[in-house]
Design a protein around this ligand. Sequence first.
Ligand code: NAD
Ligand code: TYD
Length: 338
Amino acid sequence: MKLLVTGGAGFIGSNFIRYWLQRHPGDRITNLDKLTYAGNRANLEGMPPGGELVCRDICDAGLEDLMEGVDAVVHFAAESHVDRSIDSAEIFIQTNVLGTHRLLEAARRKRIARFLHVSTDEVYGALEAEGEFTEAAPLQPNSPYAASKAGGDLLARAYFQTYRFPVILTRSCNNYGPYQHPEKLIPLMATNALEDRPLPVYGKGKQVREWLHVEDHCRVLELALQRGRPGEVYNLGSEQRRTNLQVVQTILRLLDKPQSLIQFVADRPGHDFRYALDAGKARRELQWEPEIDFETGLERTLCWYRQNPAWVESARGPSYKKYYSQMYDNREKRLSEL
Ligand code: NAD
Ligand code: TYD
């Protein structure tokens, strides 16, 4: 089989390529990645043979030439960080909406047999203390990131409705695991804790996220390619729901670091309170069951960050340090001013 994977130098994409090539020796994967700040060549080190990185932008015209002989497109490429979208939304619209359109259009013209559009629970908006989102829930995104992902989702849906182009959509909850950019909650807290630096929890840390290990995500994406029905949406949830404060406290406990490293800082504007997915459809139709429970997966993940200081160094270069300082310096003070 030949796959075109977009965003394969990022967190989930690189885990997916590694997973696929391990399980399907002899298959070939073209990895179309622009190598933005989130794309990291170090994520591709030690890959099994069969992958080829092509450094291009999904917004480019003429993507058809990368689709010769391709059986399926798996579309991960995106701007993915909510906080950055609050700061500067335009690139999110560019990549997540226009880029998704360019890719869909090229794939439709090439009559690609399967197009897997990888999306997020954030398109549904936020829940209060109760309830779960099913696939039928309305899209009510709250952040520019979530709105741009919803735009991409609606285009993918339209390509099925209008052209019967065989798109399958998946909406996953928050992922964690190796190779995740340290701007995201779990690697940020893990790498700070390993250096005995403060752990910046937004607001009071009461927001709830549902956590899926990236390996469980890769497995269900494989199943979606094999068994998913074109035009359908599949929620990918784990039922492993924790407040942010619980997550951070567990990280400190597992790393044997003091809870006093926790620092409450100014909240994210428009911060979604709770995400929770009803993943019954994926369980039934794809015969998928997540296998990695959160505490086990978290322990494995923390070990990985501890054992890979060179990777951490590569992901926390000068641009990350600048971002961190812009995002977090004086943030504690702003909280006390609220
Ligand atoms: P990431 O930010 O780690 O990686 C994104 C990758 O896309 C990077 O390699 C980057 O270089 C590439 N990219 C960005 N813009 C591009 C462009 N214009 N052209 C080509 N490549 C480009 O993201 P991730 O966490 O791996 O997420 C992958 C996908 O999964 C995204 O679509 C995201 O919305 C979705 N998702 C992520 C999570 C999560 O918890 N991380 C949860 C649900 C869904
Ligand atoms: P994040 O990893 O950015 O994912 P998302 O916003 O897409 O869910 O954040 C996960 C949760 O952790 C979210 O509620 C915001 C919170 N958070 C913090 O409290 N402190 C931080 O430094 C970061 C990055 C996130």
